[in-house]
Write a new protein. Structure first.
Length: 320
């Protein structure tokens, strides 16, 4: 009986071994060759054997310099970065090479990309003439200006609206928002009027936030003359544009805001510094707050002026 079991077990082992060998043979027959696999996938056979070459020493040195320059001057694009490498670091590189290395590093110039001024359309949006051309801005509260700019963050972006006194360069109020609507602009305007009185003229571009009836009605109720830039005429609002440049190079580009709360807290600290402690060459090395307060203490009451009439229902704006 024992011998019979042994013979049966030996026979089963032979059968299983033969079956396994048959299966492996069939599997090997099914798998196509590398050449056939490349033909089926429509790829070059040489690509299977390609090993990428390591980055050369010169490229590594260029990437190190690009990284250092980008930290100090994050607004440089590939054209100016190429010039910087040629003139300041004695590397005769082409712009295409700089573009390739910056793409490899994930480095891009930081600048406001989305449009922050969109035209308002329809009967609820009115455009007013530009009044600052012949206006003698010789004191605080003669003219205010407003604008909106793009603020980059680590995750997404925000919009900043600020109102500036043209004479003293003081920032009277500001608001940060993650949506580009009239609400946060109206809030900034109402705060400025509540804290500092009213100006003689209020200037803006022709963005839909400022041409909306909700915004202009606040100015009309306060007896303020409304002024708006010409289409695409960014120089008409150059006062606030200069401040944007200062803010972004001294504050925004030096910080990676994690969220809206972080951006608001950091910008608030800079606004206080800009108004109260930053000396301006154009203000005889005085601070905006000092110039504003001295002007107000010596100023006469502003005369009453009827609001300027609107010049049309709507128009396109090209200012970004």
């Amino acid at each position: 009986m024992t011998e019979r079991k042994a013979i049966v077990n030996e026979s089963r082992e032979r059968q299983s071994t033969a079956a396994a060998g048959s299966r492996s043979t069939r599997a090997a027959a099914v798998i196509p060759s590398i050449k056939r696999q490349c033909e089926l996938l429509k790829v070059a056979r040489s690509s299977l054997y390609y090993e990428p070459a390591p980055t050369c020493v010169v490229d590594l040195e260029l990437m190190r310099i690009i990284d250092e320059v980008h930290v100090d001057e994050p607004f440089l694009g590939t054209r100016r970065m190429t010039t910087k490498l040629r003139k300041d670091h004695d590397h005769q590189v082409s712009r295409k090479r700089v573009q390739r290395l910056m793409r490899l590093m994930g480095v891009t110039a930081i600048y406001p990309k989305p449009k922050t001024t969109l035209p308002g359309r329809g009967p609820l949006h009115e455009v007013y003439p530009y009044l600052l051309g012949n206006l003698d801005v010789n004191a605080a509260n003669v003219a205010w200006a407003v604008d909106v700019t793009y603020i980059p963050m680590a995750r997404g972006f925000a919009y900043l609206a600020a109102i500036i006194d043209v004479y003293s360069r003081r920032i009277l109020s500001w608001r940060l928002s993650n949506t580009l609507d009239a609400r946060f602009c109206v809030e900034a305007l109402e705060e400025a009027l509540r804290r500092y009185g009213r100006p003689l003229v209020f200037n803006s571009d022709q963005g839909r936030q400022f041409t909306s009836r909700r915004f202009t009605q606040v100015l009309k109720d306060a007896g303020v003359r409304i002024s708006m830039d010409g289409r695409g005429a960014w120089r008409d609002n150059v006062f606030i544009e200069r401040f944007w440049w200062t803010l972004k190079h001294e504050e925004v580009y030096l910080h990676a805001y994690e969220n809206l709360w972080h951006a608001r807290s950091s910008i608030e600290i800079y606004m206080n510094y800009y108004n109260d402690r930053r000396y301006h060459t154009m203000l005889n090395n005085c601070t905006p707050a000092t110039v504003y307060d001295e002007s107000i203490s010596q100023a006469l009451p502003l005369p009453d002026h009827p609001p300027a009439p609107a010049v049309g229902g709507s128009t396109e704006a090209c200012h970004t």
